[in-house]
Design a protein around this ligand. Structure first.
Ligand code: DAH
Length: 359
């Protein structure tokens, strides 16, 4: 086994010279593979005397280890080199201005959220966010939705598998109302926020998708009353739909987390098979609202004897469909570029109350 040093030098030089991963792999097979040169020498050990076998076996094993190590090191170097080259090739300068010829469009959901934020921003509202995966307390209990309420039943709510030690399963939030709870638990009044985001319900047909968007609103202060709620929402819907004299109606309703509760309708005309907002004698429901239930305030550590508040919630797809004449809810989530080109918005036209909501 005197020639092992020469063999080692030969293979190490070849490995060091490998310029690509596939070349390196061929070398590995030629040296250490089933029919490789070093493997072949291992097979000859059986014909040696026990003494010779011991020392030759040791030397061969050392050679095998040295080559395997050299191959691994070369492989790591080649991979790093390839990655560096790719990083160099794929560099993107994010500070460059958008290229108009790329023709990207903002999704109507993003546009509608931007418009809602612009309108409420002008009224002094901030934006609050919460996680899509929510605990039972914030999605239900704190909102005065008792354990036997139908909204908790399996067909509506997506429950996550319970982890060991968890008392209750986490849920995919069924509405944006838990962000109210998070806000009241973490901030002292006065509070004035809107909370846009994704929501989930186990429901799928022409007018329901398992994931959709809502925006929640919450105001809490010492003197907040129903008049503020009405003024705020009337101003909002008129600004959002761009119709200054849009008729708005508050209809008595029920939600566990508000008392009293109301639903808001806007005036429309359905004659002739076409929907026209702001005309005619028909009404169209667009959102739910009410005065925050004293129990909900108390659940969040806010003294209901000192503070009162109002809240509202609405579906973003629904008001986007009405404003932009989008007939089918499911198309929002088809990721069809032709649809996006038709219904999408130019990204740099940021909605504002002074510059205009939609151009
Ligand atoms: N959370 C309600 C829903 O998902 C919407 C809602 C209604 C939110 C009234 C509110 C409210 O804050 O006051 O249907």
């Amino acid at each position: 086994m005197q020639h092992l040093d020469g063999l080692k030098d030969k293979w190490l030089a070849a490995i060091a010279g490998a310029g690509a991963l596939d070349q390196l792999e061929s070398l590995r097979v030629e040296a250490l593979g089933k029919k490789g040169e070093v493997t072949g020498l291992m097979k000859t050990l059986g014909s040696l005397s026990p003494e010779e076998r011991k020392s030759a076996g040791q030397s061969l094993n050392q050679l095998k280890d040295a080559l395997a190590e050299a191959i691994e090191a070369r492989k790591a170097a080649l991979e790093e080199g390839a990655l560096n080259q790719r990083l160099k090739r794929e560099t993107l300068d994010l500070s460059l201005p958008a290229r108009p010829e790329l023709d990207g469009r903002l999704h109507p959901i993003s546009q509608t959220i931007d418009e809602i934020v612009a309108i409420f921003g002008e009224m002094g509202f901030g934006v609050a966010e919460g996680p899509d995966i929510e605990d039972d307390f914030k999605n239900f209990t704190a909102l005065n939705i008792p354990p036997d309420h139908p909204a908790r039943q399996m067909q509506d709510t997506f429950y996550l598998p319970k982890k060991p030690g968890e008392k209750e399963a986490m849920v995919l939030r069924t509405h944006t109302s838990p962000v109210q709870i998070r806000t009241m638990m973490s901030k002292k009044p006065p509070i004035r926020v809107i909370c846009p985001g994704r929501t989930y319900r186990s429901d799928s047909d022409m007018t329901h998708t398992p994931m959709f968007h809502q925006v929640e609103g919450l105001v809490v202060d010492e003197t907040t009353h129903m008049g503020h709620l009405k003024g705020c929402l009337i101003d909002f819907v008129r600004a959002f739909f761009g119709i200054d004299d849009l008729p708005v109606r508050f209809r008595n309703s029920f939600f566990p987390f508000t008392e009293p509760s109301a639903e808001v309708d806007i005036g429309c005309d359905r004659s002739g098979g076409e929907l026209k907002l702001g005309q005619g004698k028909d009404w169209l429901e667009i959102l739910g609202c009410g005065m925050v239930h004293p129990k909900v305030l108390a659940n969040c550590g806010i003294d209901p004897a000192k503070y009162q508040g109002f809240a509202f919630g609405m579906g973003i797809e629904r008001i986007a469909m009405l404003k932009y004449g989008i007939p089918d809810l499911r198309t929002f989530f088809d990721a069809d570029l032709r649809w996006l080109k038709h219904y999408g918005f130019v990204p740099l036209d940021v909605p504002s109350m002074t510059g205009g909501l939609t151009r």
